[in-house]
Design a protein around this ligand. Structure first.
Ligand SMILES: [Zn+2]
Ligand SMILES: [Zn+2]
Length: 759
C-alpha cells in the first residue's frame, strides 16, 4: 500500500491548482457566488489558528458552490494599515511598508499551504497607493457632500497609544487596543456623518440575512428611539411617554451638576408654572437634551424631586397630548471620529488654505502618498509625525495657488476595509474604484463571515459607506452583504486566550508540517460548533489525522484491486462483480444529505462526524466482504466511494483530489478560462445527489411488554434512539393504564425488537 505522505500530496496538488489557475473567478458568467472572509491584518506573528477556522469555513462553502455549478469569487487581501506595524516601526526603525511586505509574504505562504481556493489574482492591499488612492477618492466624495467635516470636539484619547479613538473603540472609557483608561481631550477632528444614515442603517437590517444577535447589537448601537418633542416655552423636551405630561412638575436640561436655574416655564397641558433645573442625569446628546420631570411615573425623576423637594403629583389624570408635541426620533449613534494623529494610515486628501479654508486635493492628484519620515513616533502634542515633514506639509492651494498646508491627520484603520469587497470585483482598475458592470455582476456579497467584535465597527461602517456610494449611483445595491455569519474564537489549551505572554500560541506551520493541511482543516472544523468559542487541544488532532488515513486506506484498496484485476475497477459497469452492500448505500445517501445540509447551516462538526462514521462502515464492509468472498471483488462500489470523496472534498481538498484523480480515468473536462482547461479535478465535479428512498428510515413495529407480558405494540423508526423509543412507549394509552404514577421502576429495551416495562 502506498503510504500517505501528506507533504508530497499537498505540495503536488497545490502546484497543479496554481498552474491551472482553477480558482480564478470569471467576470460575467452565469450563476455567480461571492463568498467573503474579513481580510486579515498581516501582523508580525503570522497566521493565527483562528484565521484558519473562518477561512476554512468559507472555503468549504465556496468549494461546494463550485461543485453546484456556480462561478465563485472567493478573494483575499490585506488590511495592512494599523498600529502594531507602526509600533514595531517605532521600536525598530524599520519602515512600515517593508515590515508589511514581509508580513504579507508570510501570511500568503501560510494561506497557500492550507489549500484555500482563493482567487489570488485579485489580491488587494490597503496600504498600496493604487488601492488607497480610491479610499481617498471616496473620502473626497464624502467631503464634497458635507458628510466629512472638521470640528473641535472632545475625543477619547489613549495616553499610552497616543491616539484618538472612535466611541466604538473606547467603550466604557477603555482603549480597545491596549486596555488603558482613556482621557477626554478637546481636539480638532475629522468626523464622518454616519448619523445622517442612522435611520436607514437601522431599517435596512430588515433586508438582510444576519444572525439575530448581530442585528440586535447593531440596532442597540444605533439606538433608535421614537418619541415626541414638546415645547415648554422656548425649551424643547424629548419624551417617549408624552401622555405623562399631565404629571410633569419640573423641566430638566442637561448640565454638569444639579442646580436650579431660577427660571420657570409653563407646562402646556396643565398650564402650571414649573421650575427649570439643570442636572447631571440628563444627557445633552440624548433626544433634545432636555426632559420633563414626571416624578409620579419615573423612578429617576422621583429621586430627583425628593432630593430637591420638588412637587410630586400622584394619580394625575392622563389625557390627550396631541396638541402639544411633534414626532421626534432620537438616535444614540454619534458621528464617527475619523482622524488619527499617526503615520501609518491613508493621508486625508485635504489642503488647508488661509484664504480658501479646507480645499480638497484635486482628484487627478490622488493618491496623496505617505512621505518617508525619520521618526514614526507620535507626538505628545497630539500631532501626527507627518506634521514634522515641512517639505510634504507645505504645498500650494489648488484654488488660489497661494501657500497652503496639507492635512497631517491620517484615516483610521477602518477606512480601507469599508469598501474592499467592492475592489475585489475589479482590483486593477485605474480609472474608477470598480467597473459598474463588474459591480453589477458580483455584488452584493452573497455570504460574509466575520467576527462578532466587528458588528458595531467594520460591519456598520462599511454598510454606511456602501449606502453613501449607492446614493451616488456608484454601486447597484442598497446593502453590501446579503448574508452574514460569525465564528467563535479559538482559545488556547485549557480555555484561556491565546497570547504570546502566556506562551500558548499554536503555530499552524508546525501542524501543517507534522499532520498536513487536510488534517488541520478537519480538526478546526471538528473541534466544536462553529459559532461557539472552543479551546485548542493538540492531542485531539490525532483523531482527525486517523480519519484522513482511513480515507487513504480505503482508496488504496481500490487501487490494489485495479492493479490486480487488470484494467477495470469493481463496481464500474463491465468491472468485476461487486458484492453490493445495501446498508452502506443507505448510510452513504444519508451522509450526503446530512453533509449537504450541515454545510449550509455551518454545522461542520456534525458533518465531519457523519463522514467519520461512514468511513468506518465502508472500511468494515470492505474487510468483511473480502473475507467472505475473496474472489468476488470488493463489498463497496468505487462509485459510492467516489461520492464519499466528493462530499469530503471541500473539507480535505488535497487528499480527495489525489485519490479522485487516481481513481478516475476519464474526468469531466472543464473550461477554466479562455485557453485553459482542467481535466478531472474533484473540485469541479458535480456535487452528489442523494436518493430520497434510501434516506428514509424504515418503520418497524415492536412489542411492548408489561412485566414480561405483551400488552400492546408501538411503531418506531429502525435504529431509533433508545430515549425516543422509551418516550413513545410511556405515552402509549395502554401502557399508561398499567403505570401508577407515570414512573415505571425499570425499562428494558432490546433494540428494534421489544420493550419491557416493570411498573
Ligand atoms: Zn491604548
Ligand atoms: Zn486658497
Amino acid at each position: 500500500m502506498r503510504e500517505y505522505n501528506h507533504i508530497k500530496i499537498e505540495k503536488k496538488v497545490q502546484k497543479e491548482w496554481e498552474k491551472k489557475k482553477i480558482y480564478q473567478a470569471k467576470d460575467g458568467e452565469e450563476k455567480k457566488f461571492y463568498s467573503l472572509i474579513e481580510f486579515p491584518y498581516p501582523s508580525g506573528e503570522g497566521l493565527h489558528v483562528g484565521h484558519i477556522r473562518s477561512n476554512t469555513a468559507m472555503d468549504i462553502i465556496s468549494r461546494k458552490r463550485r461543485m453546484e455549478g456556480y462561478n465563485v469569487l472567493y478573494p483575499i487581501g490585506w488590511d495592512a494599515f494599523g498600529l502594531p506595524t507602526e509600533n514595531y516601526a517605532i521600536k525598530t526603525g524599520k519602515k512600515p511598508a517593508i515590515v508589511t511586505k514581509k508580513n504579507t509574504d508570510t501570511f500568503r505562504r501560510q494561506l497557500k499551504a492550507l489549500g484555500y481556493s482563493f482567487d489570488w489574482s485579485r489580491e488587494v492591499n490597503t496600504t498600496d497607493p493604487k488601492y488607497y488612492r480610491w479610499t481617498q477618492w471616496i473620502f473626497l466624495q464624502l467631503f464634497k457632500k458635507g458628510l466629512a467635516y472638521k470640528t473641535k470636539s472632545f475625543i477619547n484619547w489613549c495616553p499610552k497609544d497616543k491616539i484618538g479613538l472612535a466611541n466604538e473603540e473606547a467603550v466604557n472609557g477603555i482603549c480597545d487596543r491596549c486596555g488603558s483608561k482613556t482621557e477626554k481631550r478637546e481636539k480638532e477632528q475629522w468626523m464622518l456623518a454616519i448619523t445622517k444614515y442612522a435611520n436607514r442603517l437601522d431599517k435596512d437590517l430588515d433586508l438582510v440575512d444576519y444572525p439575530e444577535r448581530v442585528k440586535i447589537q447593531q440596532r442597540n448601537w444605533i439606538g433608535k428611539k421614537n418619541g415626541v418633542s414638546i415645547k415648554f416655552n422656548d425649551i424643547e423636551i424629548f419624551t417617549t411617554r408624552p401622555e405623562t405630561i399631565w404629571g410633569a412638575t419640573f423641566v430638566v436640561v442637561a448640565g454638569e451638576k444639579d442646580k436650579f436655574t431660577g427660571r420657570y416655564v409653563t407646562n402646556p397641558a396643565t398650564k402650571e408654572e414649573i421650575p427649570v433645573w439643570e442636572a447631571e442625569y440628563v444627557m445633552a446628546e440624548v433626544g433634545t437634551g432636555a426632559i420633563m420631570g414626571v416624578p409620579a411615573d419615573d423612578a429617576r425623576d422621583r429621586e430627583f424631586a425628593e432630593k430637591y423637594n420638588l412637587p410630586i403629583v400622584e394619580n394625575y389624570k392622563k389625557a390627550g397630548f396631541e396638541d402639544f408635541g411633534k414626532k421626534f426620533t432620537h438616535f444614540k449613534l454619534r458621528d464617527w471620529v475619523f482622524s488619527r494623529q499617526r503615520y501609518w494610515g491613508e493621508p486625508i486628501p485635504v489642503i488647508n488654505c488661509q484664504r480658501c479654508g479646507l480645499v480638497p486635493v484635486p482628484e487627478k492628484d490622488l493618491p496623496v502618498k505617505l512621505p518617508e519620515v525619520k521618526s514614526y513616533k507620535p507626538t505628545d502634542s497630539g500631532e501626527s509625525p507627518l506634521a514634522g515633514i515641512s517639505k510634504w506639509v507645505n504645498t500650494k492651494c489648488p484654488k488660489c495657488k497661494g501657500k497652503a498646508k496639507r492635512e497631517t491627520d491620517t484615516m483610521p484603520n477602518w477606512a480601507g476595509s469599508s469598501w474592499y469587497y467592492l475592489r475585489y470585483t475589479d482590483p486593477k482598475n485605474n480609472k474608477v474604484f470598480a467597473d459598474k458592470k463588474k459591480l453589477k455582476y458580483w455584488t452584493p456579497v452573497n455570504w460574509y463571515n466575520g467576527g462578532m467584535e466587528h458588528t458595531t465597527l467594520h460591519l456598520l461602517y462599511s454598510r454606511f459607506w456602501h449606502k453613501f456610494l449607492y446614493d451616488l449611483k456608484l454601486v447597484p445595491t442598497v446593502e453590501p452583504y446579503q448574508k452574514r455569519t460569525s465564528h467563535g474564537m479559538i482559545l488556547g489549551e485549557g480555555g484561556v486566550k491565546m497570547s504570546k505572554s502566556v506562551g500558548n500560541v499554536v503555530n499552524p506551520d508546525e501542524i501543517v508540517k507534522t499532520y498536513g493541511a487536510d488534517t488541520l482543516r478537519i480538526y478546526e472544523m471538528f473541534m466544536g460548533p462553529f459559532e461557539e468559542s472552543v479551546a485548542w487541544n493538540t492531542e485531539s488532532i490525532i483523531g482527525s489525522r486517523r480519519f484522513i488515513e482511513k480515507v487513504w486506506r480505503i482508496g488504496n484498496k481500490f487501487l490494489k484491486q485495479k492493479n490486480s484485476s487488470g484494467l477495470t475497477l469493481p463496481g464500474v459497469p463491465g468491472g468485476t462483480h461487486t458484492v453490493q452492500n445495501s446498508s452502506i448505500s443507505k448510510i452513504l445517501n444519508k451522509t450526503i444529505k446530512k453533509v449537504s445540509e450541515d454545510i449550509e447551516n455551518m454545522r461542520f462538526n456534525t458533518a465531519i462526524s457523519a463522514m467519520m462514521i461512514l468511513a468506518t462502515e465502508m472500511e468494515k464492509a470492505l474487510e468483511k466482504g473480502q473475507t467472505l468472498n475473496p474472489q468476488k471483488g470488493l463489498a463497496l462500489s468505487v462509485e459510492d466511494y467516489k461520492k464519499f470523496l466528493q462530499i469530503l472534498a471541500p473539507f480535505a481538498p488535497h487528499i480527495t483530489e489525489e485519490l479522485w484523480q487516481t481513481l478516475t480515468s476519464q474526468g469531466r473536462t472543464l473550461r477554466i478560462q479562455k485557453g485553459l482547461t482542467f481535466r478531472g479535478s474533484i473540485h469541479f465535479s458535480s456535487w452528489p445527489k442523494w436518493d430520497e428512498n434510501l434516506v428514509k428510515d424504515q418503520e418497524i413495529t415492536i412489542a411492548v411488554q408489561i412485566n414480561g407480558k405483551v400488552r400492546t405494540e408501538i411503531i418506531i423508526q429502525m435504529n431509533e434512539e433508545e430515549e425516543e423509543v422509551k418516550k413513545k412507549a410511556l405515552s402509549d394509552q395502554t401502557v399508561l393504564k398499567y403505570l401508577i404514577d407515570g414512573h415505571p421502576k425499570k425499562i428494558i429495551y432490546v433494540k428494534n425488537k421489544v420493550i419491557n416495562i416493570l411498573p
